[in-house]
Ligand binder design. Sequence first.
Ligand code: PMP
Length: 516
Amino acid sequence: MHKIASRLTVPQLCTTGETLSRVGVAQLRRQSGASCQQSAFRYGSTDRPEMPPCDFKPVEYKDISKQRMMEIRKQFCHPMTMKVTYYKKPVFIHQGHMQWLWDVDGRRYLDMFAGVATVSVGHCHPKVTAAAEEQLRRLWHTTNIYVYPTLHEYCEKLASRFPDPLKVVYLTNSGSESNDLAILMARLHTGNSDIITLRGSYHGGSPQTMGLTSNTAYKYPITNGFGCTNTMCPDVFRGPWGGSRCRDSPVQAARDCGCAQGQCMANDQYIGQLKETFATSVSSQIAGFFAEPIQGVGGAVQYPKNYLKEAYKLVRERGGLCIADEVQTGFGRTGSHFWGFQGHDVIPDMVTMAKGIANGFPMGAVVTTPEIAASFTKGFHFNTFGGNPMACAIGSSVLDTIEEDGTQQISHDVGTHLLTGLAKLRDKYEIVGDVRGKGLQIGVEMVKEKASKEPLPPADMSEIFEDTKDMGVLIGKGGLYGQTFRIKPPMCITREDTDFFLDVFDRSLQNYVARR
Ligand code: PMP
C-alpha cells in the first residue's frame, strides 16, 4: 500500500574503510571493480551523507564467517542473545577505534551508542589500551583480601572526584551489582525496607534490581523486588504536566508554559504524586529513593529542574537515603558536570556507577559516606573480581584520559551542537515528538503525530533504525514503548561527526516519510 521510495541501504565504504559517498552512481560503479572489491551495495541514490574521513586502518578480518557466527548464536548461545540482537541485518563488529567501528567486511560505522553508553573515552583508546597492556603483563588478578597498588590508587582517585562526604568506594563488576549493594546498604543503614524509584527507570536486571527497574519489558512473571515501589516519573514531555522551561537542557519540550518566573507548576504536581506515594504505598519510614539523574534506558527522560532537590528532602524526612544511579550519566557524559547529580544541585547519600567507568572493561562501584559504609561491615561481604587489578588500572587510566582529552567539555560542546541540530529535525518532522538531554546523553522520542503523542510503533522505529545503520551510523533504542532513539556516543566525538549523523538521521526520516 505504501509507496516505497528508492531505499538507501548501505554505507558507501570500501574495504580500506574510506568513504565513497557523494560520488555519482556511475562513478561508484566504475570504482567498485577497483578499490571496493567487496562492495555488494545497492545504490539507490546519488547523493548521500558523507562520512567524515578516518585515517585509522583496521586489520583485515580473517575469522569465522558471518553465517557461522549466526549458526552458533542460534544453537549454542542462550536464546536471549538472539532476542536482544539489534537489526534485521545485524552488524558483525570486528574492530573499534575511538568513535569508529568496523564490521567484518571492512565497513565503517560511526558509533553513536558506545556499546550502550559504555565506551566513554573511545574504542581502544591508545592511552587506556597501553595501561591495560602494562597491567596485563604485571598482574591479572588478585583480590581485595590482599593489598596491591592499583586498588588503592584507583579508590583514592575516584573518591577525589566526589564532594564530601562521599568518600568511601566499594568496587564491583556491573551496574546491577552496584545497585544491589546500594539496596543492601540502604536497608542495613536505615533499618527500613521500602525503596522508591521512578517509573520508566532502569536500575538492573538482577532479581533484586528487577524490583527497582520500573519498566515491564524487563520484568518476569515471578515475585520480585520485595519492598520496591515506584512513583510517577516527572516526564515533562509525555507526563500529564510539563512546560517549555522545565528541564535543564538546551532543548525544551514543545509545551506551553504559564508559570511565573521561578515557579514550576509541573514540578509541584509531580512532587505531589511522590507525596501521594508516601501517603499510600510505603511505611512512614523508608530505606531509600533511587533515581538516574537523566533516565537512560527510559529514553533520556529529564525531570523538572528542582524535582530531585525536593524529592531528596522528602525522602530524608522519612529516614531514607538518596541514591543516584550514575551508571549512564557519570564520568562527564552530561557535559555540565562530572556527575549527573551535580546538575540537580543535590548531594546523594550513595552513588552507583558502571559502564563508562572503565571504557567497556567490566567494572562498577558504589561510593558513599563513611557512616553508611560502616553499616555494611555488620556482616561479611566478599567479591572475587571487585577491585581486580586490571579493572583498577583501566579505570584509573580512564579518569586520567577524561581529564587529559577534555571529554567532559566535548560532551558539553558537541552535545549542545547535536541537540540543537536534532531540535531542527523535531521542528521539521511530524514524527519527531521530543528532543531532550544534556551533553552526550540524548533522546529523540518518536510519535505517530505530535498532537496525540502516540508512540511510533516498533516496526516503524525499526525502519528508521535500520536505515540509519545502513547509512553508517549506530544508535540505540529505548523508552517505555521502545519509541525513543538513544544517542550516547563515545565522548571523543567531533562536531563534524555529529553533522554527519544529523544528515544521516534526517535522510532516514525523509526516507520513512517518503515510503508512506
Ligand atoms: N543502571 C542504569 C542506569 C543502567 O542503564 C544499567 C544498564 N543499562 C544498569 C543500572 C545495570 O547495569 P549492568 O547492565 O552493568 O548490570
